[in-house]
Structure formats: C-alpha cells, structure tokens
Design a protein around this ligand. Structure first.
Ligand SMILES: [Zn+2]
Length: 89
C-alpha cells in the first residue's frame, strides 16, 4: 500500500518566530538572542535576563529590536535580532 506524500509547506527546521508577538517571557528558553548592527555589522549576544529586568519581560522582540543601540557605531535604526536555537537535551 502506497502512502501519498504530503506536501511540506516549510522545511521542518525553519521554526519562524514572530517577533511582533513573541516576548522575552514567551520566547522559549533555548533561544539565544543576538543583535547585529546593519551599519557596521557589529554583532553581540543579548543577556535576556538583563533586558527583562530593565524593560520588563513582556517586551516584544520587535520592540526590543527598535531599542537596540550599537556599541560599535551608536547606530539605533534597523538593527537586526538573530535568534539562535540551542540544542535541547
Ligand atoms: Zn554599528
């Protein structure tokens, strides 16, 4: 008996996070947040607990992205958040 293969809409590994909805408290713990400056490409990881303490953990990731200031060049606009998923075990 043959099974019809279903069509996959997205590769299984692409686990998109909706940054407008996701907040520091709803984002799973195994994500590490990095920020990258669009202007000088400076990249740094963000301490989630530190940010949550300062801004509250209901801050959405989209809002967080807009509050970032590059430590390299001082740029505040269009900075990008990158989420790194840690292996769970
Ligand atoms: Zn910069």
């Amino acid at each position: 008996m043959k099974h019809r293969r279903s069509i996959e809409l997205a590769p299984p590994d692409s686990h998109a996070v909706e940054i407008e909805k996701e907040t520091l408290s709803t984002l799973p713990r195994w994500y590490i947040i990095h920020a990258r400056c669009r202007r000088c490409r400076h990249e740094t990881s963000i301490d989630r607990q530190e940010i949550a303490r300062r801004y509250g953990d209901d801050l959405s990731l989209a809002k967080l992205a807009r509050r970032l200031k590059c430590q390299g060049c001082g740029n505040r606009s269009d900075n990008v958040l990158l989420l790194q998923k840690l292996p769970r075990d």
